[in-house]
Write a protein that binds this ligand. Structure first.
Ligand SMILES: [Ca+2]
Ligand SMILES: [Ca+2]
Length: 223
């Protein structure tokens, strides 16, 4: 059964000609799925304003995405090279983890509940230190894991805050069966700055195959 739901667009035009900063890939890997295609969602967080956790652009037919930034993170401006700074003033805005024990940012992405399908997730995180853990989960009864998107992490160079190095990290995640809403958790250590998070998802009708946790496996499933 296919249920048609009005497509929701969330968009805020921040400045004329602003690029997506360190959405360096522009979408999922070639041959997997196209951003904005049927069954997809897209969310882009750049955290441009103080204490604001809303995405600056999103596309989701099923509802608004959400980011939970817990106590222990502080918003601020941080030195960065032009490759991740859309307005070129030498600083990017983001969330800095102050908690000595580290912290976890939790994203919630609504989508169509299709119990026969698999939710595929392509995640980009631009941060000053590598996340220590990235995972996706649905409600009890769902399975989850990773697939290899076949893209290397991209180094942006300095200046980087707190002894780190700016990188855009690339992750492939899945949840099965497709949940009505999935959560993505990003764990970081103290003094990590999160500049940007980009999430692309698609629901396929097919359950995951045992050998499908690679880019070629995902490509074979999407038809
Ligand atoms: Ca800037
Ligand atoms: Ca940012």
């Amino acid at each position: 059964m296919r249920i048609t739901i009005a497509i929701l667009w969330g968009a805020l035009v921040l400045s004329a000609g602003a690029a997506y900063g360190s959405d360096v890939w522009g979408g999922p890997p070639d041959g997997t799925w196209d951003r904005f295609a049927d069954g997809t969602t897209f969310t882009h967080w750049d955290f441009l304003f103080q204490d604001w956790t809303e995405p600056d652009e999103w596309f989701n037919p099923y509802g608004p995405p959400d980011a939970d930034i817990p106590i222990g993170f502080e918003w601020g401006l941080f030195e960065a090279p032009p490759s991740i700074d859309p307005d070129g003033d030498g600083f990017v805005e983001g969330w800095h983890c102050l908690n000595p024990a580290g912290g976890t940012i939790t994203l919630t992405i609504p989508n169509s509940a299709d119990p026969e399908g698999t939710k595929w997730i392509y995640l980009q995180v631009t941060s000053s230190k590598k996340p220590t853990g990235v995972s996706a989960a649905g409600p009890p009864g769902t399975a989850s894991g990773t697939w290899n998107p076949g893209r290397p992490d991209i180094m942006h160079g300095g200046p980087s805050p707190f002894g780190g190095s700016w990188y855009t990290y690339s992750y492939g995640l899945y949840v099965q069966p497709n949940p009505q809403s999935e959560t993505i958790t990003i764990e970081v250590i103290e003094c990590t700055v999160i500049d940007q998070i980009v999430v692309d998802t698609i629901c396929t009708q097919d359950p995951i195959a045992n050998d499908a946790t690679t880019w070629s496996g995902v490509k074979a499933l999407y038809r």
